[in-house]
Design a protein around this ligand. Structure first.
Ligand code: HMG
Ligand code: MG
Length: 298
C-alpha cells in the first residue's frame, strides 16, 4: 500500500549549488530560497557550514541565513561538519543541523578528511551540542550503495554507521546514493537490513540521478514504506568529492510522479517551475529535468 502523502526535502540550495563552479550572488540565492519558501515545501536545506576553502560557493552561508524570509512552517536546515561549523550555524539560527559521513572509508577520507572511526566523536559532540540548543539533527550516510573508489558497499556496513548515528541522537537518517549507481534490487537489499531494526519514518532517501535510476529507486522505497525524499530543483548538484556524481533527482520530476500517482506533497508545481527558471537564469544554462524540458516547449 503506497502512502497518501510524502515529504519532499529540497536540498538544491546546498547540494545543488555546492558543485557549481560559477558563483551565484548572495542576493540571488536569497531571492531563490524565498521563492522556494512560497512553493509549499516544508523543508529546505539552505546552505552548508563546511570549510569555505573546500566549498567556496557556500562561503556566504551566514549571510544567506540572516537574510532569507522564513516561513514559520518550514524547517530551514544546513550542513554542519564539526564544532566550528556548529558555532557558525548558532550565530544565525537554523532549525536543523545535518551532520554527514560516509559508509565507505575512502569516500569519508576524501570528503571530510578523517577515518570513519575518527569521525564518530566529532559528530557525537556536534549532535549533543545541537540538541542542547534545541535544534533537531539529521544524519546523512553517503555511498550507501557504492563508493566511487571502493565499489559496492554492503548493507551491513551502512547499518554500522546508522547504528552509531542513531545512538548519538539524530532523529532521522538520510541515505545517500551519492554517485547514483543504485538500482531497485539494491535499494531493497539495503532497506531490508535497515528496516529489520528501525522504522521507515526514521529514514529519508537521497538519490542522485547519475544513471537515470533515481525515480525507480524512489518507487521501490515507497513500496517499502519510506515517505521522505530529498531532491534538488532542476536536478542540480553532486558531490565534489565523488567523481562523476551528478545532481539529485529533480524536485519537479519527483513531484510530477508523486502527483500522478495520487500521492500528495503540498507543493505547487507551477511555483516550483518558476523557481527553476529563476536559478537557471542565474546559472546561465538550462537545468536538467524532464519537467523543465516540457515547460520550455510551451
Ligand atoms: P579539516 O581541514 O580536517 O579541519 O576539515 P580541521 O579541523 O583540521 O581544521 C583546519 C582549519 O579549518 C582550521 O583553521 C579550522 O578552524 C578550519 P586554522 O586553525 O587552520 O585557521 N575549519 C573551519 N572553518 C570554517 N568552517 C568549518 C571549519 N572546520 C574547520 N566548519 C572539514 C574538515 C570537514 C571541515 C572539511 O574537510 C570540509 O569542510 N569538507 C567539506 C566537505 C563537503 O562539504 N562535502 C560536500 C557535502 S557532503 C555531500 O555532498 C553528500 C550528501 O549530499 C549526501 C550524499 O549525496 O551522499 C550530504
Ligand atoms: Mg548529495
Amino acid at each position: 500500500q503506497l502512502p497518501e502523502k510524502v515529504v519532499v526535502k529540497e536540498v538544491g540550495p546546498r547540494d545543488g549549488l555546492q558543485n557549481e563552479t560559477q558563483l551565484i550572488d548572495t542576493q540571488n540565492k536569497i531571492e531563490w530560497i524565498n521563492m522556494l519558501s512560497k512553493t509549499g515545501l516544508s523543508y529546505i536545506e539552505v546552505t552548508s557550514f563546511v570549510h569555505p576553502k573546500w566549498i567556496p560557493q557556500l562561503a556566504d552561508a551566514a549571510d544567506v541565513l540572516r537574510s532569507i524570509k522564513r516561513e514559520h512552517d518550514i524547517t530551514y536546515a544546513a550542513l554542519v561538519p564539526n564544532m566550528r561549523g556548529l558555532e557558525r550555524a548558532l550565530e544565525v539560527n537554523i532549525d536543523e543541523a545535518s551532520v554527514f559521513m560516509s559508509a565507505s572509508e575512502s569516500h569519508n577520507q576524501s570528503n571530510i578528511n578523517k577515518t570513519i572511526e575518527d569521525t564518530y566523536p566529532v559528530l557525537q559532540e556536534v549532535i549533543e551540542e545541537a540538541l542542547k540548543e534545541n535544534m533537531t539533527v539529521r544524519g546523512y550516510v553517503s555511498t550507501v550503495i557504492a563508493c566511487p573508489i571502493e565499489g559496492d558497499i554492503q548493507p551491513k556496513k551502512v547499518l554500522e554507521v546508522v547504528d552509531r548515528l542513531f545512538s548519538f541522537g539524530v532523529t532521522e537518517i538520510s541515505l545517500g546514493d551519492t554517485i547514483g549507481v543504485g538500482t531497485p534490487n539494491e535499494v531493497e537489499a539495503l532497506l531490508d537490513v535497515l528496516l529489520a531494526k528501525y522504522e521507515a519514518e526514521q529514514f529519508a532517501m537521497h538519490f542522485h540521478d547519475t544513471r537515470g535510476t533515481a525515480l525507480a529507486n524512489v518507487v521501490k522505497s515507497l513500496e517499502m514504506g519510506i515517505t521522505k525524499f530529498d531532491s534538488s530543483l532542476g536536478g542540480l548538484g553532486g558531490c565534489p568529492y565523488a567523481k562523476g556524481a551528478s545532481g539529485n533527482v529533480a524536485t519537479e520530476d519527483l513531484l510530477y510522479m508523486f502527483h500522478r500517482m495520487g500521492i500528495q506533497t503540498g507543493i505547487d508545481m507551477d511555483k516550483l517551475l518558476q523557481a527553476a527558471l529563476f536559478i537557471e537564469r542565474q546559472l546561465g544554462e538550462p537545468v536538467k529535468s524532464k519537467q523543465m524540458d516540457i515547460y520550455r516547449l510551451g
